[in-house]
Write a protein that binds this ligand. Structure first.
Ligand code: PNS
Length: 163
């Protein structure tokens, strides 16, 4: 049986930390579906199509990866896709509370889908889309923390929205 995981997230935008988790996940799963949250109630810096484009370009080197969008419950989307796992990355201690809460709620909602946590590489332990956006917004360098296209797009975005 094919082992399938979904890797859900906002990806606003994708970072090298996300790619690190994906690469590790591909050692465990036959296929990973990167599932971009479309929630219209959430405020994203990048619209869905741009988040998708950045993911597509950044993930070109990986085989067995699909990119899709979803709304509603992650466990429902996972079942629709016949996925056995939900892949999430863990960085510092601060992630734990939110991630455990979400994993336990997801388990309560659907006992057939297992959340699999992978530890990110040490070099990405403090990075997040939010901290990267914050640094870029005020002119800080984010080189090497995000794929080149993402770096370019963040710069362009903050040129359009001056501080
Ligand atoms: O990249 P993020 O923002 O940390 O990803 C969060 C995400 C998309 C995994 C989470 O918000 C989510 O699963 N949203 C869908 C609603 C849901 O199923 N929530 C958890 C159980 S109530």
């Amino acid at each position: 049986m094919q082992k399938i995981a979904i890797y859900p997230g906002s990806f606003d935008p994708v970072t090298n930390g996300h790619l690190d988790i994906l690469e590790r996940g591909l050692k465990l799963f036959d296929k990973i579906i990167v599932a971009i949250l479309t929630n219209p109630g959430k405020k994203f810096l990048f619209p869905l199509e741009e988040r998708r484009e950045m993911l597509e370009v950044s993930m070109k080197r990986f085989s067995n990866v699909e990119i899709d969008t979803f709304d509603g419950l992650t466990v429902d989307y996972a079942s629709q896709q016949n996925a056995q796992g939900i892949l999430r990355g863990l960085r510092a201690l601060s992630d734990f509370e939110y991630e455990f809460q979400m994993a336990l709620m997801n388990r309560r909602l659907n006992r057939e889908v297992q959340t699999v946590f992978l530890m990110t590489g040490l070099r990405w332990i403090y990075t997040s889309s939010s901290i990267i956006k914050q640094a870029a917004q005020f002119g800080g360098s984010i080189k090497g923390m995000v794929p080149p296209l993402v770096e370019k797009k963040i710069r362009e975005k903050y040129r359009q929205i001056p501080v």
